[in-house]
Structures are given as C-alpha cells and as structure tokens.
Design a protein around this ligand. Sequence first.
Ligand SMILES: *Cc1c(COP(=O)(O)O)cnc(C)c1O
Length: 455
Amino acid sequence: MSKSCPTKILLSEDQLPKQWYNIQADMPNIPPLPLSPQTLKPATPQELSALFPMDLILQEVSTERFIDIPDEVQDRLKQYRPGPMYRAYRLEKELGTPAKIFYKYEGISSAGSHKPNTAIPQAYYNLKAGIKRLTTETGAGQWGSALSVATSMFGMECRVYMVKVSYQQKPYRRSFMEVFGAEVFASPSNMTESGRKILAQDPDSPGSLGIAISEAVEEAAQRDDTNYSLGSVLNHVCMHQTIIGQEAKEQLAMVDEYPDIVIGCCGGGSNFAGISFPFLMDKLQGKRSLRAIAVEPAACPTLTRGVMAYDYGDTAKIGPVAMMYTLGHDFMPPGIHAGGLRYHGDSPLVSALYQDKIIEAMAVKQNDTFKAATTFARTEGILPAPESAHAIYAAMVEALKCKESGEAKTILFNLTGHGYFDLAAYDQYLAGSLTDIEYSEELLQKSLANLPKIE
Ligand SMILES: *Cc1c(COP(=O)(O)O)cnc(C)c1O
C-alpha cells in the first residue's frame, strides 16, 4: 500500500524526457507507407516534401526506438513541462472505489491542451528547413491555438483554416490565435480552389475538418515558403506526444506504482498514443501486462464501428492516403461538443495496434461524458475539456468495476485539456438540452462506399 502517495506528483525541469519513444521499433505490424492521392502508389519523399520538412518525413518512417529531442525544443517545452500528475483521491472517495486513480494534466500549456507538445517541434523542424509559413486546419480551435503559439515562438507566420461552425460558435478561440499573430479564415473559404468548390455547391456549408485540411494542404503545396502542419494522426505527431507517458512512468515509479489500465480519449489518436505508448513498450517487449483503452464519441465511432482500410485524410482527396480505421472521408460528423474528437480517421499506429488487439476501444455518449466531467470538476476542482471527459468517463467505469470486484487496480488517464472555452456546452448540459447523437448505420454505409479502390 502506498500510504504516502502525495496528491500531486511533480518532476523537476531536468527530468523532462530527452528522447521521444517510437513504437514502430516494437510493433508486430508496422502500418504501410501512405499513398499518393494522385497515383494511389506509395508516396515518394519528393511528394511528401511539398508539405513536410525532411526531418519529420524521416521520423514518420523511422524504426529507431528512441529519437533525441533537440535542445531548442526541450527549452521551449520547459515553459510548461514536465506536467503534473495527480492522484484523484476525492474522485476515488466519491465513487467509493478501492481503485487508485491517477491522471496527467495537460491543460497547463499555454494553448490549454497537449497539442503544443507536437506544435513546438513541428515549427522548429520547419524553420530549420528554411520554411517561413505554416498552414493548418482547426476544428474546435485547440490545434490552431497550439500552432499559433509555436509559430510565434519561432518568429514564423501561421494561417489557420477553421471549420466554419466552430469559427461562429467559438469566437474567442479565433481571438486567441490572432493574439499570437495567426491569420484565421472560416472554412470553406474562397481563398482556395477546394473551398470555392464546396461553396459553389453549398454556400451555407458548416465546414468539416476534411474540408479545412484540403484548404490548408492546397495552399502549402502551392507555395515554396509554406508547409503544412497536422496536429494529430501522423506517426511523428504520436511520437512527439510520448513525453506525456514517459513523464507518467517516472512519476508513478516515484510512488511505486505501475498502471493496470491506461486510458486516453481518441480523436486522431495522438494523446492516447502519448500516454499509452511508453507503457505499451513494456507490454510489447513482454515485460508487463496492462490494458490500454482508447475512448471515442458514439457520434464519431471510428475504431468501434469504422473499417480498417486505405482512405483519404481530407474531403478534396489532395492529402496522403493512409491505412487506418475510418468512417469514410465524406463522413460529416454530427455537431457534438467534443470538437477535437470529430475526425473521420484515426492514427495508423493506433489503428494497427487495435487491429492486432494490443489495445481496446470504447464509444461513449455525449451526456454521459458531461455527467462524468461535472463529477470530476466537483471533486478534483479542475474544469475538463469535453474531449478529456471521455477519458474521465472510462476511468470511472473501470473504477466502479473495481468497486464490485473489490480489486484495487491502478488506473491512469490523460486529462488532455481545460474546458474554459467550452462553457456554452456545459450550459447546455446543465440545462438538460444536450442531445445524444449516434451515427446512423445507413449514413455510415454510404460514406464507406466511397473509399478509394486500391488493387
Ligand atoms: C485535439 C484534442 C483531443 C483529441 O486529439 P487526439 O489527437 O486524439 O489526442 C483531445 N483533447 C483535447 C483537449 C484536444 O484539444
């Protein structure tokens, strides 16, 4: 019994991880290389280099187990890292569970989520390659905020295509990005061919992440001084996030703990990868057994109801084609509030691990996640992002199972961000007017019919 376990477990600045962990070194089945959207043949480094700097392309395909974090990147990460780990004593008490619940809190970054962990190295490697501008898309605004902060750190320009419905619903996320010097456009916009095409068909289109990605990729492909930056899904993004799990391992070791269950919410898969991969390394090397659970919205059930297939990453089919769990690139997610979990695809690494049954997945309804978030806020005193609430819900489900079985399991989850920009959603929940939307089987079959045919 770790009776002396503190509520807050902290690391000093010199304990920041010095390397990223690359799970491709330990996976039984490495995902295949992305395909070119034009030829549907493996994308050449030349094709990828229109969008990404060579350092990141090499990280994408590397099978090296550990990759050094450049000193300049470590320096910037130290502005908010290492991050705290908490023992959720009051939540445990509220649930009456013998389980020990721990969480890493990523809301301490300036953008309020885990996303700067990859935005900073991405901006760094682009600047090093002589790139002056980055384009990207953002849904709810967290990724655009993170990249705006990172580009401003390195004196670069940033253009963000923000999904129109979020642009209208979350004006302060736009203000945030503009404070850091980014230009923000509602997508679909008339700045790009892809945007103009959609507007011609539907002038009132609310936009989607797939459309916004098309706009950002199109602009980056056309300009030599500009690259594209993606906040999740890709292998190098998942790898950059592994500092979360490495810190967590160190922090749990300080109190003689190791998790039986590791939980992360799952949109594109990057924070789930970040918290779980350093532990899955032990599992893949046969040293430990543990369960890792990726939690997604019932309204966007990529792992639990999608198919493993090659699919386009964006609506206009101009970005690379990846082998991943997908709901189809035409998928229009219902307007749930966990905007960061509304992508049609999933990380190829997370997808391959799920297909090989090394990890598990579960889908959760929106009202259940807000109920869990409210319980968490009232016990632990932190207002969670609606995305993070998916992980909280799953941790509570597992803790309540322990209550029934009497087992004192150790549960670790990732609290990816704060919910300060999401209070309109909390308002709706408290007023009882949030709806639970499940994606219809008919719409799903329709969008899956449009997957690219690869021979
Ligand atoms: C973007 C985001 C997520 C989901 O993205 P992943 O790549 O799946 O981690 C989760 N939580 C917050 C707060 C986010 O901003």
